[in-house]
Design a protein around this ligand. Structure first.
Ligand code: NAD
Length: 659
C-alpha cells in the first residue's frame, strides 16, 4: 500500500502561526516523502513573509512525524540521489531555522528520525506528556541522520547526550525516549498535558525560556575522550561489522568545529557512502520484516479466534513463572499454575507478585493494577482449577514422556475446545499430541528467555492443528504484544535449530584445538550481539546439550554430538580434544556462515517455514541478530555463501508461496 502523503498546512491564530503536518490517515504516522518536502517548500515563502509572534509546528492527532518515508529508499540508486535527498531536507529545515521569529515544535506524538530533525531546527521543543517515542533510529538502519541531527543535537544537548540519542539508543534494541526522558536529556525544553500543548507552545517564546542551541561548550580534549569511549562501546556491540555507528561518531565529533554548512555536507557524504553498503541494504530489508511483515501475521487463518478468559500453566519453573507474569499483565485474566510440590508453586507465586510490585514501583503499571493482577493468580499441586481454562500452556521438564503424561492428565479435565499449548524448545509436538483424543487443539507457542524482552513467539503447527487453534494462538501472541512467526513442527523449529547448527561449528573448532577466545572472536566478527560462549552460558549447557541431542537423533550428520558440551552439561568444564588441526579465525567464521546457509536451505526444503523471510524474522526477533545482517540470509547472499552452499540466493526463497 503506498504511503498517504503528509502535507504541511498553515493556520493563523491571531499573531501566532500554527503549521500542522497531516497525512489524512488516522491509522498511519506522518512520514516525509518527496511530495511532503515539496509541500513544505511551497509553504516556506509564505512563512518567510510573515511577522508572527511565534510559529508552532505540530502533527496530526497522535503523530508528530516518524521521519523519512523508507519506502522511497530503494529508489535511491546513485550517490547523487542520496546527496540530493539529504541536501533538500537540510535546506528546507535550515529555512525554518532562519525564520525571523521564534519557532516551537509542539511534539504531540512520535518524533522519529527526520521528524525529530525538523524539531531540532526549531528554537524550542515542547512535548505532550503522553509521547512515548522520540528517537533517531537511523544507525539501526545502517545509515546516519542526514537532515542535520548529527550537527544540531550536540549543540543543543551536548555531545554525550547526542551520542546516546544517535548511536547508543538505536543499537540498544532501538531504545526510544518518552517525553519525560527527552526533557531530562534536554532534547525538549518542557513537557505539558496534551490539552495545553498548543497554547503553551505559542506562549513559550515570551515566557523567558532561552533557546538551548549553542548553550553547550566543550573542551576539545574532553570531546576526544567522549568520542574514544563511545567508539569502544560501539566496538563491544557491533565488533566493527557495521560502519554506520562509527560514521555517526565522526559526524558528532566534527560538529564541534565545523560550520553548519560544512556539517550538512559531511552528513550528505556519509549518507551517500553508507547507503551503498551491504549493511544498509540488509538493514532496510530487516526493518521491513520486523515492522511490516511480522505485523501482518503471515499464515494466520482467516477465522475468529477463541476468547481466552482463563489461562492454565503446567509447571512453575523458570519459564512458567515468566509466562504467568506476561499473561497477567497483558490479558488481565485469571492465571493458575501447577507444579509437583507446594514449595515450587509458592516460590513462583511470590516471584510473580514481586515482579508485579516492582513493575508498579517503576511506574510501569498503576499500584492498584499490581494488586488486582496479583489477586488473579493462583497455584496448586493438582489439576483442580484447570477445568474452565480456555488455554493451557505446559512448561514442564523438556522430556517427551513427562510432557505426554502432562497432556494426557490435562485432557482428562479440560473441555475439548481448550487450546493446549507447549513451550518446548525442540521436542516433536506431533509426538507429544499423539494418542490424545483432541490433537487438533495442540499447538506450539515457543517463547524465548527472557520472556519479557524477546519479541518472538514461534507458533508451531502440527499436521493435526486446526485453524481455530492456530487463529487463537496468533491472536494470543498479538495480545501479549509479541510477534508470531508460523513454523511447521520440526526439531528445534527455526531459532534453536540454526543456533545449534552454528554452535556445532564452534564446538568442533574448540575440540580441534582452537581456544574459546579464538572461536568467540571469529564469530563476533559477524556482529552478533554476544559471543558463542556467552550465549551458551545464557541458554545453559544442559539445555543446549538437550537440544543438540534432539537434533542429532533426527539429523545425525549435520548435528554431531559434542563430548565437550556433554561435559559442560554435567558440570565438568573439560574440553574433549579430537586432535585435528586448529583453524584460522577466517576459516571458523566461514564454516559458521556455511553451516547457517546449509541449515537454512534444509529448513526451506523441508517446508519448516514457507519463506526465507520467516527465518530472518525469527533470528532478528528471537535471537537478537542485528539488522545489518538482515536476519542472516541477506548477509549470506551478500557474501556469496548462499550461492556456494545453497546454489543460489536465499533471501527471496519462498516469497508468495504461502496462500
Ligand atoms: N529455559 C529456557 O531458556 C527456555 C526457553 C524456551 C523454552 N523453554 C522450555 O520451557 C520448558 C520449561 O523450561 P524451564 O527452563 O522453565 O524448566 P524448569 O526446570 O525451570 O521448570 C520445569 C518445571 O516443571 C515442573 N514439572 C515437572 N513435571 C511436572 C508435572 N508433571 N506437572 C507440573 N509440573 C511439572 C518441575 O517441577 C519444574 O518446576 C521446557 O520445555 C524448556 O525446553 C526453556
Amino acid at each position: 500500500m503506498p504511503e498517504p502523503v503528509t502535507q504541511f498546512r498553515l493556520e493563523r491564530q491571531g499573531d501566532v502561526g500554527v503549521v500542522t503536518m497531516d497525512n489524512g490517515d488516522a491509522d498511519r504516522p506522518n512520514v516525509f516523502g518527496r511530495v511532503t518536502l515539496e509541500s513544505l517548500g511551497a509553504l516556506l515563502p509564505e512563512l518567510e513573509r510573515e511577522t508572527f509572534s511565534a510559529l508552532v509546528i505540530t502533527g496530526k492527532p497522535g503523530s508528530f512525524a516518524a521521519g523519512a518515508d523508507l519506502a522511497e529508499f530503494p529508489k535511491i540508486q546513485t550517490r547523487e540521489q542520496a546527496i540530493t535527498g539529504s541536501r533538500v531536507g537540510q535546506e528546507l529545515f535550515a529555512r525554518i531555522r532562519a525564520l525571523p521569529y521564534p519557532t516551537v515544535a509542539a511534539i504531540n506524538g512520535a518524533a522519529l528520525g527526520g521528524g525529530l530533525e525538523l524539531a531540532l531546527h526549531c528554537d524550542f521543543r515542547l512535548a505532550a506528556d503522553d509521547v512515548r517515542h522520540i528517537a533517531s533510529p537511523e544507525v539501526l538502519l545502517g545509515f546516519v541522520p542526514a537532515w542535520g541531527a548529527t550537527q544540531l543535537a550536540p549543540l543543543i544537548i551536548g555531545p554525550e547526550a547526542a551520542i546516546k540519542l544517535i548511536v547508543h539508543n538505536p543499537l540498544r534494541q532501538n531504545t526510544m525516549l518518552d517525553a519525560a526522558k527527552a526533557a531530562a536529556a534536554g532534547l525538549v525544553d518542557a513537557v505539558t498535558t496534551p490539552e495545553h500543548l498548543l497554547d503553551e507552545a505559542a506562549a513559550l517564546p515570551a515566557s523567558g525560556v532561552r533557546p538551548r542551541h549553542g548553550s553547550v561548550s566543550i573542551e576539545r580534549q574532553e570531546l576526544d575522550e567522549i568520542i574514544r569511549k563511545a567508539r569502544s562501546q560501539v566496538d563491544d556491540v557491533v565488533h566493527g561489522a557495521a560502519p554506520a555507528p562509527y560514521r555517526a561518531l565522526d559526524l558528532i565529533a566534527g560538529s564541534a568545529e565545523w560550520s553548519i554548512e560544512d556539517g550538512y555536507r559531511a552528513e550528505q557524504e556519509a549518507l551517500a557512502d553508507l547507503l551503498e553498503t551491504p549493511q544498509a541494504q540488509a538493514s532496510l530489508y530487516a526493518f521491513d520484516l520486523v515492522e511490516h511483515r511480522a505485523k501482518r501475521q503471515v499464515g494466520r487463518p482467516d477465522i475468529e479466534p477463541r476468547p481466552i478468559g482463563k489461562v492454565g500453566i503446567a509447571g512453575a519453573g523458570l519459564m512458567a513463572t515468566q509466562l504467568a507474569t506476561l499473561f497477567l499483565r497483558r490479558l488481565q485474566v485469571p492465571v493458575i499454575l501447577r507444579d509437583l510440590d507446594e514449595q515450587t508453586v509458592a516460590r513462583a507465586i511470590e516471584s510473580i507478585r514481586d515482579e508485579l510490585a516492582s513493575a508498579a514501583s517503576r511506574g510501569r503499571i498503576p499500584q492498584e493494577a499490581a494488586v488486582a493482577l496479583a489477586s488473579l493468580l493462583s497455584g496448586s499441586t493438582e489439576w483442580k482449577g484447570f477445568a474452565d481454562c480456555d488455554l493451557v500452556i505446559e512448561a514442564v521438564f523438556e522430556e517427551i514422556e513427562v510432557k505426554r503424561q502432562v497432556f494426557g492428565e490435562l485432557e482428562a479435565v479440560l473441555s475439548p475446545e481448550c487450546v493446549l499449548a507447549t513451550n518446548t524448545s525442540a521436542l516433536s509436538i506431533t509426538e507429544m499430541a499423539a494418542g490424545l483424543r483432541h490433537p487438533e487443539r495442540v499447538v506450539g507457542l515457543h517463547f524465548f528467555n527472557p520472556v519479557a524482552l524477546m519479541p518472538l513467539v514461534e507458533v508451531v503447527r502440527t499436521p493435526e492443528t486446526d485453524d481455530a487453534t492456530l487463529a487463537t494462538a496468533f491472536d494470543l501472541a498479538t495480545k501479549l504484544r509479541k510477534r508470531p512467526v508460523l513454523v511447521n513442527d520440526a526439531p528445534g523449529f527455526v531459532v534453536n535449530r540454526l543456533l545449534t547448527r552454528m554452535m556445532t561449528v564452534v564446538l568442533g573448532a574448540i575440540e580441534n584445538g582452537n581456544s574459546v577466545e579464538e572461536t568467540d572472536e571469529a564469530l563476533l566478527r559477524l556482529g552478533l550481539p554476544m559471543a558463542p560462549s556467552v550465549l551458551l552460558q545464557m541458554v545453559g549447557p544442559r539445555v543446549a546439550n538437550h537440544v543438540l541431542r534432539t537434533l542429532n537423533e533426527v539429523y545425525p550428520n549435520r548435528f554431531p554430538l559434542s563430548p565437550t558440551l556433554a561435559n559442560y552439561a554435567n558440570g565438568k568444564m573439560e574440553i574433549a580434544k579430537q586432535g585435528q588441526a586448529p583453524q584460522s579465525g577466517d576459516e571458523i567464521l566461514n564454516a559458521a556462515r556455511e553451516a547457517l546457509a546449509d541449515e537454512t536451505r534444509h529448513l526451506l526444503e523441508e517446508g519448516v517455514v514457507a519463506s526465507a523471510k520467516d527465518v530472518d524474522t525469527a533470528l532478528l526477533l528471537g535471537a537478537g541478530f542485528p539488522f545489518f545482517l538482515g536476519g542472516i540470509t541477506k548477509h549470506l547472499d551478500q557474501t556469496g555463501v548462499s550461492e556456494r552452499v545453497a546454489g543460489g540466493l536465499l533471501a527471496e526463497v519462498g516469497e508468495g508461496a504461502r496462500a
